[in-house]
Design a protein around this ligand. Structure first.
Ligand code: ARG
Length: 452
């Protein structure tokens, strides 16, 4: 058996474990069995191998599945090990399984087959997180809180408006993952080493059996491209970046006593008995670093790789697995942390007006009453430095306008604009934080989730 002789000669010697992906390939063990089955069925249907041989191969594959990845014979990778196991069980005819294909199209198919599943799971976690965020929004349309720019008090908003901001971002993350999924879900099988085959194969049939939604047609493209890994990892990294901002917000809010993460999502200290720390959220924040590292590793591995197959690709795959695992877990944990955290409405309300956060609303009110916005801005800024209340505004009006504020605006209207809750209620422009403007945002989020 020349194959066996050649495999002995090229077994790697001292470089064996460096060459081998067998351990990491446990991840695609099931996928490889499915790919083998589909390929074998197609070979038989096309009359390329006999039905009896196909039957023996399929029986061997079932037994190999029962024994599991850990029982595979040694091999350079899972594809070689499974083929060896098939031959061990069904004799030399088992070697017919590898007719009209290569490990190059085979591994590409296995990665796509498994990644489909993993990306669907990642997408599920984005949906769960969005559910959590919309639930928070629904419960807190009237919960006033400080809104920040530059992490300085800026304008009052609501917890609902904050939660929906993240729901919108995560919704786009879901969309990006679905986009990536549609391109993962194409069959490279039949590409063979890169140059197709002389056998009369039916690529569509194999794609169909494996549930792929079409082919990567060009056989060189099929066997050697990995941009589907790159775009998936990038989409995951983008989601991880969204998660990191969400986590950071919750960490800051917890620091200020605005929110109390559930005990399940917190840790204590081994020395400081009173401590309750938002550790899970810190880890969620950190996963964005891992994911960015995954994208970087993958990009750098793929950069400048010539067509067609190069063994570098073996090390590209692991970046994708690590990234999808870390991000999916982080997304799931973030969903749980958001769903179970307790919002401290009193602390939020007490802080909502901090730093004269209603200043913009007051300036808007003056502008609505005929004072040029720039003049109003200057007037309110003066008052901000001088007490930030009605009296300060009146003094500033005397200085800037040379007359009483009351000459332009009802004092009661100014007092109202100084109230954080009123300030929020008045910002009812489309997409704004007023409960009336938030309602359609909740509805749209619910509709989008129902359609997912
Ligand atoms: N284990 C390899 C990988 O993960 C597939 C084998 C292709 N090997 C080869 N020498 N062409 O990419």
């Amino acid at each position: 058996d020349e194959g066996v002789v050649r495999r002995d000669r090229f077994s790697g010697g001292p470089a064996r474990s460096f060459l081998s992906s067998l351990a990491a390939d446990e991840r695609i063990f099931e996928a490889d069995l499915e790919v083998d089955r589909a390929h074998t069925v197609m070979l038989a249907e096309q009359g390329i191998i006999g039905d009896d041989v196909a039957g023996q191969i399929l029986t061997a594959l079932d037994a190999i599945e029962v024994d599991g990845h850990g029982s595979l014979p040694d091999g350079e990778d899972v594809h070689e090990a499974i083929e060896t196991a098939v031959i061990q069980r069904s004799g030399a005819d088992g070697g017919k399984m590898h007719t009209a294909r290569s490990r190059n199209d085979e591994v590409a198919a296995c990665i796509r087959y498994r990644l489909r599943e993993d990306v669907l799971e990642a997408i599920e976690t984005t949906l769960a997180l969005r559910e959590s965020l919309v639930d928070v929004a629904e419960a807190h349309t009237e919960t006033i809180m400080p809104g920040y720019t530059h992490l300085q008090p800026a304008q009052p908003t609501t917890v609902a408006h904050w939660a929906l901001a993240y729901e919108g971002a995560v919704r786009r993350d879901t969309e990006r993952l679905l986009e990536a999924y549609s391109r993962i879900n194409q069959s490279p099988l039949g590409g063979a080493a890169f140059a197709g085959t002389t056998f009369d194969i039916d690529r569509e049939r194999v794609a169909d059996l494996l549930g792929f939604d079409g082919l990567v047609v060009n056989s060189m493209d099929a066997a050697s491209s990995r941009d589907f890994l790159l775009e998936t990892t990038q989409a995951l990294s983008t989601h991880a970046t969204t998660l990191s901002g969400l986590a950071e917000d919750v960490i800051i809010f917890a620091n200020r006593g605005f929110v109390d993460p559930a005990d399940d999502y917190s840790s204590t200290s081994s020395i400081m008995p009173q401590k309750k720390n938002p550790d899970t959220l810190e880890l969620v924040r950190a996963v964005a670093g891992d994911a960015a590292g995954g994208v970087q590793g993958l990009t750098t591995t793929l950069k400048g790789l010539p067509r067609a197959y190069n063994r570098d690709l073996q090390r590209a795959t692991t970046h994708a697995w690590e990234t999808v695992d870390a991000v999916t877990e982080a997304s799931e944990v973030a969903a749980g942390a958001v769903a179970t955290a307790d919002w401290n409405e009193a602390a939020l309300a007490a802080a909502a007006g901090d730093g004269f956060s209603t200043a913009t609303g007051v300036a808007d009110l003056l502008a609505a009453n005929g004072i040029p916005f720039r003049t109003a801005h200057e007037l309110v800024a003066l008052a901000a430095d001088d007490g930030a209340d009605y009296d300060a505004l009146e003094a500033a009006a005397q200085e800037v306008l040379g007359e009483s504020l009351a000459a332009h605006v009802e004092p009661a209207a100014v007092e109202t604009a100084l109230e954080p809750a009123e300030s929020v209620a008045s910002r009812d422009s489309q997409g704004g934080p007023a409960p009336d403007a938030v309602a359609p945002q909740i509805e749209s989020a619910r509709e989008s989730l129902a359609a997912a």
